[in-house]
Design a protein around this ligand. Sequence first.
Ligand code: PEP
Ligand code: MN
Length: 338
Amino acid sequence: MIITVKKSATEKELERLEKDLRGKGLQIHKSIGDEFNVWGLVGDTAHIDESKILAQRFVANVTRVSAPYKLANRMFHPLDTVVDVSGVKIGANEPVVVMGGPCSVEGDDQICRIGQEVKECGAQIIRGGAYKPRTSPYAFQGLGSEGIQDMVHAREKTGLPIVSELMSIDKLDEFVENVDLIQIGARNMQNFDLLKAVGKTNKPVLLKRGMSATIEDWIMSAEYIMASGNPNVIFCERGIRTFEKYTRNTLDLAVVPIIKEKTHLPIVIDPSHATGDWKYIEAVSMAAVAAGADGLIIEVHDHPSEAWSDGAQSLKPEKFKEVVDKCKLIAHAIGREM
Ligand code: PEP
Ligand code: MN
């Protein structure tokens, strides 16, 4: 339930209403606007009599929210949320952010070198997987803690924040200590214990869409993180499974306006996992920026044919620069910095 409170409300009136609502076991999330303040009620509002609330002179409106997500809901929080990743701001009218780097960290030299290259090409955040969710148990599983330390070294050398995927709760402390942005991968989007665990930290979370998740499933996963106390969630669309075989996944670009309509959280696009082929990254990245995405996360490798994972979809640094430059033109065309 959303209560729109007039600015003319007195402290006493607000106190009384707040006490009454809290007494009914509800949580109140307040959003301060220019003309009105919005109170979002979380909890069981079935027994609340909205006509009684509306009868108070300082209440402008009462709306029941039918969507199952509350904290992520734009009705609860009309203004866009900006997530701050160690100084890099993502969302609202902030410049479009680029994250680039290899699928897997392959060693200190590799991640420091590629990290420097993506920085020179215009990336603001370095990506690199140290714990890898591979389909085959016989495939390279990632360098683990060593890979995280290599990423930390790349951050020291470049000054750029780092994003890496967390697969299990037992590595949470390692990530909180070392990583700027915690990625929850597509395969773990509905690992609810993991979502609750990252929700208890205040680290920004990059929440990828599960490969067969509906938009509502995905938003509910963000709700899990937020309901545990962490409001710093960034959505990441990386393509979903369909009958189509010419791309690795099917990129659902309509999610950009839908996520912006239904929620107040930022959304970035991963064209690499969405297409699975470096040849398509440029067109898809430009389309994502044109649609209003707040950022891109792109796999980059200086020797894609030798990459330990996802070489076929990795851009060489020169090509990555071209893609970033073209996306800048698109961003400027729609009145956005990049
Ligand atoms: C990745 O980012 O390398 C990755 C495995 O992503 P996803 O979870 O989207 O498949
Ligand atoms: Mn990958």
